[in-house]
Design a protein around this ligand. Structure first.
Ligand code: SF4
Ligand code: SF4
Ligand code: SF4
Length: 306
């Protein structure tokens, strides 16, 4: 791959020509703040918090979507950029519940992290507020729309699997929100509970329902494990407290394979001593099941027993 030379914050660097500015900065150990960016998803430049200055450009540019170019000179943080980031955060927090004290995501929430970094408080402007719905219909996923910042990462990750595409943006403007199918409750939608969307959500809008109230990320000891149900080996994380596994959560799909419900519940069963009863979706919604049925092993086991 051809390389290009550019300067970031006064330091010279050479990177492959297909890099974006945010990727080049990362090579230098500079983490430009970003809410909608994920290296594994399509880049959309929606949240604008990653804007940087490029010498000669008329406007600030989104570093996640702007490709590097030979001779480019970039500034990733100065007074103007900090003020721009602060204003974006103010607008997001104006429409956000002031709930960090009891929110499950506290300690690993990107909105909380950047609000702290750039010293932005809740609700600095007056005006109308959006009222998000809470959807508890799915036994594995808790959705709190009032915390959604419309970064679209859940929509993009769900849409990567062609036959899935459960999530999308519904309505417009101020009323825009994330919908499942035709604005159904998650349990009544075509969602397969793979938890890819939960894994990428940067805030507390999508959470692992079974982990709620058990342990928060900052107080847990963490251990990365791989699913062994199939050869792709998706990544999972055990959250432990006092040497005991309290919760198992999906981290990242294996190369070329989306996370699947079977892998997720199998990892839960393998590592979690107090794994909860699994649910399976039948015609009349989610019903409590057995591990054998949930893992698709019931017929094999009954044959072996015979
Ligand atoms: S989603 Fe983040 S910013 Fe919002 S209440 Fe939870 S921790 Fe705080
Ligand atoms: S759990 Fe999986 S299928 Fe369901 S909405 Fe999230 S990404 Fe889509
Ligand atoms: S639910 Fe989470 S991932 Fe989806 S748009 Fe809202 S904040 Fe982003």
């Amino acid at each position: 791959m051809k390389k290009v030379n550019l300067t970031i914050n006064g330091e010279k660097i050479q990177v492959p020509e297909n890099y974006t500015i945010i990727e080049a900065a990362k090579e230098m150990g500079i983490n430009i703040p970003a809410l909608c960016y994920d290296p594994d998803l399509d880049k959309v430049g929606a949240c604008r918090i990653c804007v940087v200055k490029v010498e000669g450009a008329r406007n600030l540019v989104a570093s996640c979507t702007t490709p590097v170019a030979e001779g480019m000179v970039v500034t990733t943080e100065d007074e103007d950029l900090v003020e721009t980031r602060r204003e974006i955060l103010r607008l997001l927090l104006d429409n956000h519940p002031n709930d960090c004290l009891s929110c499950e995501k506290a300690g690993e929430c990107k909105l909380q992290e950047y609000a702290y970094k750039y010293d932005v408080k809740f609700m600095e402007h007056d005006g109308a507020r959006r009222n998000g719905k809470i959807d508890t219909s799915n036994p594995y996923i808790y959705r709190d729309d009032s915390k959604c910042i419309l970064c679209g990462k859940c929509v993009r990750t769900c849409g990567e699997v062609a036959e899935r595409r459960v999530l999308s943006f519904g309505e417009r403007g101020f009323n825009t929100h994330i919908v499942a199918d035709y604005d159904n409750a998650l349990a009544e939608s075509s969602c397969v509970s793979c938890a890819r969307c939960v894994t990428v959500c940067p805030v507390g809008a999508l959470m692992d329902k079974r982990a709620i109230g058990k342990v928060r990320s900052w107080e847990a000891e963490k251990q990365e494990v791989k699913c062994t149900v199939c050869e792709y080996g998706c990544d999972f994380e055990l959250l432990k407290k006092n040497n005991k596994v309290i919760s198992v959560r999906a981290k990242k799909p294996g190369e070329g394979r989306p996370l699947c419900l079977k892998g997720r519940i199998a990892v839960d069963l393998m590592y979690n001593e107090e794994a909860e009863i699994p649910f399976v979706k039948k015609d009349d919604g989610f019903v409590e099941s057995t591990w054998e049925e949930a893992l698709g092993l019931d017929k094999i086991i009954s044959k072996l027993q015979k």
